[in-house]
Design a protein around this ligand. Structure first.
Ligand SMILES: [Zn+2]
Length: 188
């Protein structure tokens, strides 16, 4: 793991009306969010019957590269990763007794946009940049009182993920915890 871009800024994310502030590395003037390879950030908010989860993770953790896909195999890798991330059952283990159903799922990466245009891309050398995958999931849970923990399966799906910095808001209040492959469950 290596640090990129010194300095720090704060960006806010609003989940269910609650504001969680995340300290992130400074973005450079090209608007690429700096990040640390191996680390991901995840926000979870539980309120009423709603469960909202958002994560940001370096593309390095997901597909092993961050430049625009350069060949068919890399295009396939990006599409496959997006396909996996769009299936919340593959990414999160949510107790079935909580009866949570996804209402909306958004998964984005600039690499996916690049993939669509890769065949037309020129092959000039580009500056090294950093790219992320982000996911935003919104569930409604019929029995949300049974939602006592969530197991984060990003580690299993994407072994490049070494640590996930989680911030959550739930009936337990606000928590901040680092999850690892050996301890991937968050108590809510
Ligand atoms: Zn990077």
């Amino acid at each position: 793991m290596k640090k990129i871009n010194p300095g720090a800024i704060v960006f806010s994310i609003s989940l269910l009306g609650s504001s969680i502030q995340i300290h992130a590395a400074e973005s450079d003037h090209e608007q690429h969010e700096a990040h640390v390879h191996g680390e991901a950030q995840l926000m979870i908010a539980v309120e009423g019957d709603a469960l909202e989860i958002e994560f940001h993770t370096p593309a390095m953790n997901i597909v092993g590269f961050e430049h625009r896909p350069a060949d068919e195999a890399q295009i396939q890798a990006v599409e496959s990763a997006i396909g996996t991330l769009k299936q919340p059952d593959l990414v999160f283990s949510i107790p079935s007794t909580a009866k949570c159903e996804p209402v909306s799922i958004e998964v984005e990466s600039p690499l996916a946009e690049h993939a669509e245009h890769a065949e037309h891309a020129d092959h000039d050398h580009e500056e090294e940049t950093h790219s992320n995958f982000t996911g935003h999931y919104h569930f409604r849970c019929a029995e949300i009182s049974h939602l006592e923990k969530i197991d984060i399966k990003l580690f299993e799906q994407f072994p490049g993920t070494e640590v996930i910095e989680v911030q959550s808001i739930s009936k337990r209040g606000q928590q901040k915890i680092d999850l690892t492959p050996g301890q991937s469950a968050l108590e809510l």
